[in-house]
Design a protein around this ligand. Sequence first.
Ligand code: AMP
Length: 581
Amino acid sequence: MEYEELAKAYETLESTSKRLKKTRIISDLISKTRDEDLEMIVLLLRGKVYPDYDTTEIGVASRLVLKAISVATGYDAKQIERLWSKKGDLGLVAEDLTRKKAQSTLFSGSLTVKEVFTNLRKLSGLEGSGSVDQKVKVIASMLSSAKPLEARYIVRSVLQDLRVGVAEGTIRDAVAWSCLGVNPNYDEETETINPENREEYNESLAIVQKAIDKTNDSGLVARIARKGKSELEKLKLVLGKPVKVMLAQKSNTIEEAFKSVGKPAAVEFKYDGFRMLISKEDDKIKIFTRRLEEVTHQFPEVKEYVLKNVKAKDCVIDSEAVGYNSKTGKYTAFQNISQRIKRKYDIDRLAKELPVELNVFDILYVEGEDLLEKPFSERRKVIEKIVNEEEKKIVLAKQIVTSDEKEAQEFFDESVKLGNEGLMFKKLDAEYKPGSRVGYMVKFKSAMDELDLVVTGAEWGEGKRKGWLTSLVVACAGEEGFLELGRVGTGLKEKREEGLSFDEITEMLKPIITDEKGRDVKVKPKIVISVRFEEIQKSPAYSSGYALRFPRVVALRSDRSPEEITTLEEVEDAYYNQKKQ
Ligand code: AMP
């Protein structure tokens, strides 16, 4: 397929916010796509060149793209920068300049989807000395053959910021519409669908969703979907490839928690560590965070515990790694062990200084069998059978099964006394829904005094903080995007040894700057941090309508993605709950 056809589809997608219309556009495009282009198209529609299970990034900073635009169009960096700050989008800048250049030269380029896809992947593989120049060359060569509209989307794809608003659910529906032959009877006027057979329609969507859940690869799912429903149903979880973990809803009282998951419920300690999804394929162990990043190398001791204590040849387990004080044995909070996730050196020493205990709480696969659709109570029995518990190494999440609120309250007190966050309530007959916050598990914590927020901006420091980004703009998740809650600089440290430092956060934010005005910068919403505060206030100054009083950075949450941060609803809840106290 010509890349121009995809670029035109992007443009129509960008011009509407209607979800069903987007589904129609994508479904039509997929129908037109030949088998050999299908996986690429499905990934590119979400601005990706790797399936979701693969977290490889294209890894090109805005500055470098700016240089490539300059090489391809002949405009100098200063001019491009001026345009950039006017338009706030390098994609539009590239489009503009490509158009101007095309007017003065005889333009004859053409690009296929495959060429762009291959070049984008090439970028992610370039590392080390000379790679900067090579990257500029690859991008400039694409831009030189691009038509103006193509240039817009090439640049945005390189920057991994496509801005056409295609969610995974839209791809799922479009795959069902186009590959499984279900007719939604979409009416553009009213933005409604009216399938002839609703039941069959919903079933088709569910089959595609399950296939995506298991493989974490919507491109592959689209390809298999063309062969029919029964082929899709044969897809299985693949060892070594991470799936998205199931997420928890929140409740404010024990009564509410029981209401969500039913009685009796499994009630477990909620440990304050971080999620580990572990795949065991004989003696091959892979450990993933909830962002699906592989951290096997950083946790050699966990790998050993699993090899020694998990009595299944093949399995995928879900667990929480919790730090404890190596002298007293007491659990410590997440922020004390957070550095272990990113650290690439001194691994063994760090493992001794900041040891973790693995608390296994779920299982997704065992000996060739998917357990996703089995009830939680059965999955728990499987882990009870295969995990050989060893204190301070690998244990099962402490659990009781009860219908009694008083008993749950006592269990909560016990949990908190041991340094845990609270409790997790789980629906006994629920399946495992990857990536969903469906309410099959519900967390209950004592007080909301910490929020996970995404950084959307910052300010260049002055005086002794010159060269560092300070005063981070933080935001929570709204229905349609991120909503700001204020600025925070307190809590960031001068030195790396002391915690999340100014220079470390600057290093992370600098490559993802999307806009700069004076000392203020905007960044791509990618970095998640935990923030403590004294109080939440109503405030018209920020887009969330709320502001944090005395906010303080507690830790970098590199294990969390921006899709998993505190929601506006949770902020509102916390606001009203503090009023009651
Ligand atoms: P939150 O991060 O506050 O949304 O709470 C959900 C997280 O709690 C999960 O992603 C796990 O990392 C963690 N967690 C701790 N203990 C458990 C448990 N027993 N069962 C499930 N998740 C747990």
